[in-house]
Design a protein around this ligand. Structure first.
Ligand code: TNX
Length: 526
């Protein structure tokens, strides 16, 4: 019996002779507690009920604890029985995901598939350990709201690829997606926009002609956090300041410079209407962050800090005076200073702030964790400036970019990022390793980004995400990689898993007829 190709590729896999048959009832003996989710996963994936047996009793499925294994690592032996060894819950979860892949694509179907004969597993020993401790995927739920059920499915699929963090971009110029009870207008006004830009081209932007909106209640988010936690995934919330804040300013004009009247934005890009760096704004956001920290248990709370044009600050006598009062000779340092006050607020509650790399400046505390979305030179720069840094380079890790330049590609914008280019990304070139060694700051890990300006439905998000997110998972997890080998496993096994999971992935040969967007192509002038 052949062993299915695993994605991401494990550190070592020893094929052994023989098979084991999944019994009618799976007896389980576990040194590490099996959670509600693990128990159900085992039952769903292997298609038999689980029954715990007392310690010391023979069991078909055993979970052994070994404190020698690094966090997230595991050993999975499939022989006459199954023995899983790990040092913590993360390792158990990763091992279960491997077992799921060994059980065949049926284990990815939402319902138990009838089998002609009992499920057999090929004998194998997998010894596996993650390359990066932090393996994240960012999802922009602000540009297009992602309904809760779709978000849960997204997290489930990310977890199946051994990713362990989902960074939720909850606020932007085009929408505010988290309910803050103290400031109801953030969602009643800021959660909705009048229209949406479908694409821009020689004839200018084309609008969709209907409103868009939505938001998560505190309870929705608590459910999302709990759902992710069971699967070993931490949810990092992002409240983007002081730029990308038009939705908040539309709801509470006093948050903007000179209280502007502005609507939640229907276009894309960088808006010049940014927050007023006043005490009013700081106190407002401290309260917002308190609510965020009540809901999310993530060690990192993200403050954005990207793409901040200073024109309105330069044009305002009040803001210039504020800068002068703080001893700055221009308004620019207010950017790091403003973020710094919120970084402190987050630190006071025992958490760490996250920011995008544009926030790095002498006035930003080095306790912040930075997502560097420029090239690897930006990663090195942030490390040398003393910040722990997550590799988020747009050149290789932005899944909103299109797979290739063919006119059939449905994407409305973006440079090209092929699956192969992503897979072969040299994320840790010598310069980055040297910067980490010299600066004392750490590369925390790596993150893929899914911005959703043009990804307005679940289908089109699936199309952009897969199989590139499978390639990303291997980049993040596996130390030894070969693209031809990955493609073989994709074709031979993994695409069938994605299909069974109901993911509308992009076929390797290109979009299916109904995945093309000739309407968008026409607007873009492509
Ligand atoms: C840049 S990366 C942005 C986003 C856009 C994205 C589109 C970053 C921190 N800012 O606001 O959605 O490019 O690819």
């Amino acid at each position: 019996m052949t062993v299915p190709g695993l994605v991401p590729k494990p550190t070592t896999i020893h094929h052994r002779a023989g098979t084991t048959t999944v019994p009618e009832v799976i007896s389980v003996c576990a040194d590490l507690p099996l959670t509600r989710w693990s128990t159900r996963a085992l039952e769903d994936w292997l298609g038999a009920p689980v029954r715990a047996v007392p310690a010391g009793t023979p069991a078909w499925f055993r979970v052994a604890r070994s404190d020698d294994l690094p966090e997230g690592a595991y050993r999975l032996l499939v022989d006459d029985a199954v023995v899983l060894t790990a040092s913590s819950a993360a390792g158990v979860i990763n091992a279960l995901h491997t077992l799921r892949q060994l059980a065949g694509p049926e284990a990815f179907a939402p319902a138990p598939m009838p089998r002609a004969e009992p499920l057999r597993l090929a004998s194998v020993l997998v010894e596996d350990e993650p390359r990066f401790a932090f393996r994240g995927v960012h999802l922009d739920v602000a540009r297009h709201f992602v309904p809760k059920a779709e978000l849960l499915r997204f997290i489930d699929n990310a977890a199946a690829h051994k990713l362990n963090a989902v960074h939720l971009h909850l606020t932007d110029d085009q929408g505010w997606r988290i309910e803050i009870p103290a400031f109801g207008r953030l969602t009643s006004t800021g959660g909705w926009r009048a229209d949406t830009t479908i694409a821009s081209g020689p004839a200018g932007p084309r609008l969709k002609g209907r409103p868009h909106g939505g938001f998560y209640t505190a309870n929705d988010l608590r459910e999302i956090v709990a759902f992710a936690r069971e699967r070993g995934v931490v949810v990092i919330p992002e409240i983007d300041v002081p730029g990308h804040s038009v939705a908040a300013i539309a709801a509470y004009p006093r948050l903007g410079v000179d209280a502007p009247t502005v609507d939640v934005w229907t276009g894309w890009g960088v808006h010049d209407c940014i927050l007023d760096p006043s005490d009013f704004t700081l106190n407002f956001y401290r309260q917002v962050l308190d609510t965020v920290m009540d809901i999310f248990d993530a060690p990192v709370i993200h403050l954005g800090g990207d793409e901040v044009p200073y024109d309105r600050w330069e044009g305002s006598a009040t803001v210039r005076r504020r800068a002068a009062d703080l001893g700055f000779d221009s308004v620019e340092p207010l950017h790091g200073w403003f973020l710094g006050r919120l970084v402190e607020h987050i630190a006071a509650r025992g958490r760490r702030a996250g920011v995008w790399h544009e926030a790095v400046s002498p006035s930003l505390p080095t306790t912040a964790v930075v997502n560097a979305w420029g090239g690897t030179d930006t990663v090195s720069h942030c490390l040398r400036a003393g910040y722990d840094t997550t590799i988020s380079c747009c050149s290789h890790l932005y899944l909103d970019y299109r797979e290739n330049d063919a006119p059939e590609e449905p994407s409305a914008c973006g440079p090209v990022l092929s699956t192969q280019k992503l897979y072969e990304f040299d994320a840790l070139p010598p310069a980055v390793l040297a910067a980490a060694a010299d600066g004392g700051a750490r590369v925390t890990g790596i993150q893929a980004q899914i911005w959703t300006e043009y990804l307005d439905t679940e289908e089109i998000r699936d199309y952009h995400s897969y199989p590139r997110l499978s390639a990303f998972a291997e980049l993040a997890w596996s130390t030894e990689r070969s693209y031809p080998d990955f493609l073989g496993r994709l074709r031979g096994d993994h695409l069938a898993r994605l299909a069974a999971a109901g993911i509308a992935y992009r076929p390797l040969e290109g979009p299916l007829p109904w995945q093309q967007r000739p309407d968008v192509r026409a607007i873009c002038g492509r």
